[in-house]
Design a binder for this molecule. Structure first.
Ligand SMILES: CC(C)(COP(=O)(O)OP(=O)(O)OC[C@H]1O[C@@H](n2cnc3c(N)ncnc32)[C@H](O)[C@@H]1OP(=O)(O)O)[C@@H](O)C(=O)NCCC(=O)NCCS
Length: 373
């Protein structure tokens, strides 16, 4: 046991997990032993979510039953619809998810954790797109939508609620595959928050609400929205080059670059970049993708830094006609799988998480009564 303080707990092992390895063997990423490179292109998001939550890959009939179960859980309780209508239009959609999750916890409380936890995980996975889109459509477009769709997967369901029509096949596939990439990432900040909450023997909804609040920040999930704002700030690669040099001279942090664990590359980035490029071609884009590539080149040349998942996923989502403020909620639609797996794992061998701190305040001193101060 060491008493040395490590800023941000960087590189410190804070527990054991059988769910995911990040950054080992040349900056790879594995979920329960399967590499993401093997899963994308071969699996759909629900297969991966099932693997994370239930521990093993489903066969065809288990997957069909799982997708059917998720489909049956997409309807919002009436009381939640009322709450969603009351949340202001100006709220951030991440706050809508946070409130939605917490409120659902009062309607469908967890009373028997070991029996209910997987069902709650599935309910939240099915309901998160419905929560955000019901609120979004009501406040932004003035329409009350039916949140039930017959779409097979979470990605197509979300897109159908957003676009109010069936999405193009490539768009649906791109979002589905991005959900696999976002599904899990070991002891990242939001997952750790979920585990800290779980470790106090709190309920499932509280753990996920903590996680959503933690994911919201721009150094974590919020980076994809900030990356889009950056890309959209430039009209040409030349403008982007000059702008980046300027930002770096001002020591600005460039969102969508760098990583706390990966040191050479983020293995998820190449995959999502491929999708961004394909979607750019689909849309006939001549601005967003070339600008993004120039920002990428400048960061590599000037800072020896590489894009993380959030950078090219911003461009990809943009080409899918998804409004920027919905980018981080998509992260939630995926990461609920990883968070749930961690809540369940934490409960299996629980110990309250309570680290120490290195005290740097005043030496002990006499208390002075208020009348004498
Ligand atoms: C992800 C992140 C929080 C990791 O942080 P970290 O491992 O603690 O890295 P540090 O912040 O210690 O960075 C080390 C150095 O690189 C710089 N740096 C790190 N990320 C940078 C970025 N995106 N742009 C510019 N400089 C960056 C830091 O300013 C620091 O410089 P210094 O030593 O002169 O102070 C950080 O890279 C970041 O803020 N990235 C942007 C936000 C983002 O994309 N988040 C999503 C992560 S998946």
């Amino acid at each position: 046991m060491t008493n040395q303080t490590v800023a941000g707990l960087k590189g410190v092992s804070a527990g054991q997990t059988a769910i995911c390895t990040v950054g080992s063997e040349g900056n790879s990423l594995h979920y329960r032993g399967y590499s993401i490179e093997d899963m994308v292109g071969q699996a759909c998001f629900e297969e991966v979510a099932y693997l994370l939550i239930y521990g093993e890959l489903p066969n065809q009939s288990k997957l069909a039953a799982y997708q059917q179960k998720l489909k049956s859980l997409r309807d919002l309780p009436e009381a939640l619809k009322i709450v969603l209508k009351l949340i202001p239009r100006t709220a951030h959609p991440m706050d809508v998810l946070k409130v939605g999750c917490a409120f659902l916890g009062t309607l469908e409380s967890e009373t028997h954790p070991t029996q209910q936890q997987c069902d709650i995980a599935d309910r939240l996975m099915a309901l998160f797109p419905s929560i955000v889109m019901y609120w979004y459509q009501w406040h932004h477009l003035g329409r009350e939508i039916d949140t039930h769709t017959e779409a097979d997967g979470v990605a197509a369901h979300f897109l159908e609620l957003l676009l109010q029509r069936k999405p193009e096949a490539m768009v649906s596939e791109a979002v589905d595959q991005s959900l696999i990439l976002y599904a899990e990432h070991e002891f990242n900040a939001s997952t750790f928050a979920a585990r800290v909450t779980t470790a106090t023997l709190s309920d499932f909804y509280s753990a996920i609400t903590s996680a959503i609040g933690t994911l919201r920040g721009p150094l974590h999930g919020g980076a994809n929205e900030a990356a889009m704002e950056l890309i959209e700030a430039y009209q040409t690669p030349a403008e982007a080059k000059a702008g980046l040099l300027d930002r770096l001279a001002r020591k600005e942090k460039i969102m969508g670059f760098g990583h706390a664990v990966y040191k050479i590359r983020d293995p998820r980035s190449d995959i999502i970049q491929g999708w961004a490029k394909k979607l750019a071609a689909l849309r006939g884009d001549k601005v967003i993708y070339p600008v993004a590539e120039m920002i990428d080149k400048m960061m590599r040349d000037e800072k020896h830094m590489f894009p993380n998942l959030d950078f090219y996923s911003a461009a990809a989502y943009h080409f899918c006609d998804i409004p920027t403020e919905l980018f981080t909620p998509i992260f939630v639609f995926a990461r609920i799988a990883g968070w749930s797996a961690h809540v369940i794992e934490q409960r299996q061998n629980n110990k309250i998480i309570r680290p120490g701190a290195e005290y740097i305040g005043p030496e002990p001193r006499p208390f002075v009564a208020i009348a004498n101060r």
